[in-house]
Structure formats: structure tokens, C-alpha cells
Design a protein around this ligand. Structure first.
Ligand SMILES: [Zn+2]
Length: 234
């Protein structure tokens, strides 16, 4: 056995590397998410459907012109996806966003979506929240998608101007009112005339993405599409 492989085995004996989705030990050659989890994630495959049949795109009909509405997996409670998102958002595991973003970006590239966007823009956190958490969980997904799609991403194109209260106990109208005026475009020149792919970790009602898309379009973005790691059923 070559020395580096021996060393890697020794290191993983002392610091076991575990799958970020199921916590089983990772085999050599596996990184971040094990092969079994990768095979069993509940993929939406919305990007393989004709746009008119994409259930996520239909949610935005009559609300805003969203060019493509994409999401990698379904959000299922108490499953691997919930565990992954918890690791990403609360345990500092930004590799979750990077890996899933890269895999999704590669799939989207194979499906021809690379030519559909110019710039990837993550939904921002408020500065105070960013300082508390130390990172924006949407950034790592944007970074991964950027690698997989071979397109640039811009962490500060948007700015969240107000610290909003939790969305979880609000209905759709209340959620919309809660976020409608809290986003602004911080770098207008960067988004003007651009086909923006707006990204976030989870889509629930879509109110946050809708509010961001509205200010991007108002600032002169030529199109807005959205992509999330996961989508929750309403
Ligand atoms: Zn696993």
C-alpha cells in the first residue's frame, strides 16, 4: 500500500470521516457524502421536465416571470435531506452546499443549462445574522454551482437591509409582507442585462426568492431563474 493511502487510513482511524447525510463512516475515495446516500437522495429531476410540467415553476405562475425554477432534492423531514441542511445551516458544514452545488451544477451542465445563465447570486443574510453564523449557507451552494456550471457567482450583488422575524409561523401573505421590502440590489452594474440564477438553501413558500427576484428584475436583470438545494411541499 502506498504511504499516502496508509497515512489516510491512519488519519481516518484517529479522526473518522463520516457521511454528512447518514453519519456512517466514509470509505476511502468517498468524500463528504457516501455513495449510498448519493444514490438514494430524493432528487426532484425538475430540470428534466418540460417547463410547463415543472411543479416548482408552476408555483410562480401569475406572480413573477421566473425563467427556470430548479431544485436538487425534495425536503423530507427526519431524513437525509433534513440532516444535510441542518449540518449546512447550524453545524458549519459548508461542504454540504459546495458538494451538492457541484453535483447539481454538473447535472445542469449535462442538461444544457450552462447556456441559460450569466451570473449566480445567492440570497443574502442580514449583516447581523452573517456575523452571528459566520457564513451564509446559500454562498457555499452558489460556489458549488459556480464550479459545476463553470459560471461566475457574486456574493454581494444583493443586500438584506432588515433583520426579519422567523417565517415559520406565518402564512404565505404574512411571509411575503415580512420579506417584501428587505432586499435591495447592492451592485446594480453587475446584474444589469444579466440572466441571473438566484440561489438559496431551501424553498418553502418561495416568498424570499420572489422578493429577491423582484428587486433584481427592477434593477435591470434581463431574466431571473431560481435554484435551491431542496424544496419543501407547501
Ligand atoms: Zn451516507
Amino acid at each position: 500500500m502506498p504511504i499516502p493511502a496508509l497515512l489516510a487510513d491512519f488519519v481516518s482511524l484517529v479522526f473518522p470521516r463520516v457521511c454528512l447525510a447518514c453519519e456512517d463512516p466514509l470509505a476511502r475515495g468517498e468524500n463528504h457524502i457516501c455513495t449510498s446516500c448519493r444514490a438514494q437522495l430524493p432528487y426532484t429531476d425538475y430540470h428534466k421536465l418540460p417547463p410547463a410540467e415543472n411543479p416548482l415553476a408552476r408555483r410562480f405562475w401569475g406572480r413573477l416571470p421566473i425563467k427556470h425554477a430548479l431544485s436538487y432534492v425534495r425536503f423530507l423531514r427526519r431524513g437525509r435531506v433534513q440532516h444535510l441542511l441542518h449540518q449546512l445551516k447550524y453545524q458549519g458544514q459548508q461542504d454540504v452546499g459546495r458538494v451538492l452545488g457541484r453535483w447539481f451544477g454538473q447535472e445542469l451542465t449535462e442538461a444544457g443549462f450552462q447556456a441559460e445563465f450569466d451570473l449566480i447570486v445567492p440570497v443574502p443574510l442580514h449583516a447581523r445574522k452573517l456575523a452571528q453564523r459566520g457564513y451564509n449557507q446559500a454562498d457555499s451552494f452558489a460556489e458549488g454551482l459556480s464550479t459545476g456550471l463553470g459560471l461566475p457567482w457574486h456574493a454581494s450583488a444583493l443586500r438584506r437591509t432588515a433583520h426579519t422575524t422567523s417565517q415559520t409561523r406565518k402564512n404565505r401573505l404574512q411571509r411575503w409582507q415580512n420579506v417584501a421590502s428587505v432586499f435591495e440590489v447592492a451592485d446594480v452594474a453587475a446584474v444589469q442585462g444579466q440572466r441571473v440564477l438566484l440561489v438559496d438553501d431551501v424553498l418553502t413558500t418561495g416568498a424570499t426568492l420572489e422578493a429577491c427576484a423582484a428587486v433584481l428584475l427592477a434593477a435591470g436583470a434581463s431574466e431571473v431563474s431560481i435554484a435551491t438545494i431542496a424544496t419543501a411541499d407547501r
